[in-house]
Design a protein around this ligand. Structure first.
Ligand SMILES: Nc1ncnc2c1ncn2[C@@H]1O[C@H](COP(=O)(O)OP(=O)(O)OP(=O)(O)O)[C@@H](O)[C@H]1O
Ligand SMILES: [Mg+2]
Length: 146
């Protein structure tokens, strides 16, 4: 593993209330995503799954509650942060569907993920980390993905 990459993290939501004006969607929601865990949200349409993701990513501000991201012992309260600040803190949302650029090769698609200044500055290290983690991408780095 490369030095400097995040290895220990967790996300804790506590007593989140949130919604859209008078439409109350989340009621005292608490959930923890621990280190190495995969957590799945299941629910019927209109159940609040996307609203919860929007609260985490800063697109919807919860009315109350805490969202704390802990990375290598450093805690950041995400409530009130802009989506850009949430990304900088270490959270990214990958929407359903691939939303990739099929005309571009694998490596150029990866470059497009580094559009923020902090990411551009670390692009060489990050690319190495990605290829170490997913060697198949390195083998195919000059191939199109369409
Ligand atoms: N921008 C909005 N303004 C007002 N109400 C909204 C808005 N977006 C979602 N809602 C309402 O909030 C509730 C939760 O919707 P949400 O999109 O979070 O559900 P979901 O679980 O993601 O549903 P789906 O499975 O269809 O994706 C629903 O009653 C929905 O109508
Ligand atoms: Mg949804």
């Amino acid at each position: 593993m490369l030095k400097g990459h995040t290895l220990v993290n967790n996300l804790t939501l506590t007593n989140i209330d949130g919604g859209y004006g008078s439409v109350r969607v989340l009621h005292q929601l608490s959930i923890t995503v621990g280190f190495g865990e995969t957590v799945v949200l299941l629910g019927s349409n209109g159940n609040g799954k996307s609203t919860l993701m929007k609260c985490i990513t800063g697109l919807v501000r919860p009315d109350s509650g805490e969202i704390v991201l802990e990375i290598d012992g450093e805690r950041t309260d995400l409530v009130g942060k802009t989506p850009e600040e949430v990304v900088t803190a270490g959270i990214s949302m990958v929407p359903e569907g691939r939303r990739l650029f099929p005309a571009l090769p694998v490596e150029e698609n990866l470059y497009l993920g580094a559009y923020r200044k902090q990411a551009r500055d670390k692009i060489v290290d990050n690319l190495e980390f990605v290829y170490e983690t997913f060697p198949r991408l390195q083998e195919r780095r000059n191939l199109g993905i369409g």
